[in-house]
Design a protein around this ligand. Sequence first.
Ligand code: HEC
Length: 208
Amino acid sequence: MRTTPTGFASVCVFAFVCVLAAVFAAACQRPAETPPAHQPQFAPEVTIKDLMLNIIDTSADVVWLSVTTVASDKGLVETRPQNDEEWTKVRQGALTLAEAANLLMIPGRRVAPTDHKSEVPGIELEGEEMDALIAKDRAAWDKHARALYDAAMATYRAAEAKDADKVFELGESIEHACEGCHSTYWYPNEKIPELPQFPESPKPESPK
Ligand code: HEC
């Protein structure tokens, strides 16, 4: 069979396209085996209750008690970190608190031991009820833990800068994060007592 000039040209184009395709295929080829993503094997044996009592509450106290103003019969008594050693303690407290917030996000951790009984039934939920509430929306739980992380890390930075006023101010953000989570998972049924109502002051008469 004779190859016409046009026939020859199309063979060339075809060959060229094949070479291009081969080059692209080689360039796009993924490594043959991508190893499965490594999953860390956490040991979430300690309950959330134990984290609260042994790490979170104690570290928060270190931060909260480092900068205080207390009224006494001698007038206002101000406490501020006085030296590097005392500032180190504040930094340690804040950093421990921040990392404890990460511990709260580790999946598979129970809120309380199985034999846990609510101290105020009907107001404070039982352990399993809290577990179920958390499992229903993990992202919401993590958001509460994250709020604690952010407040604690901001406090850590303020302690690095030895800014006592800022540490005090951020103490309130930390408390907000604690309370936000507690009122959602621990005692969601709590009724906030209403503020006493003062008799309304008479409104000024509107001009007729
Ligand atoms: C992401 C949620 C979350 C955050 C944030 C959080 N807590 Fe808790 N905390 C809980 C839950 C849930 C319980 C109920 C567990 C229990 O004690 O039965 C609890 C219980 C406690 C308890 C009672 C422990 C007991 O049973 O006697 C203390 C004290 C406590 N938290 C302190 C704090 C402090 C202080 C902060 C902030 C610095 C904080 N928590 C932030 C979820 C949270």
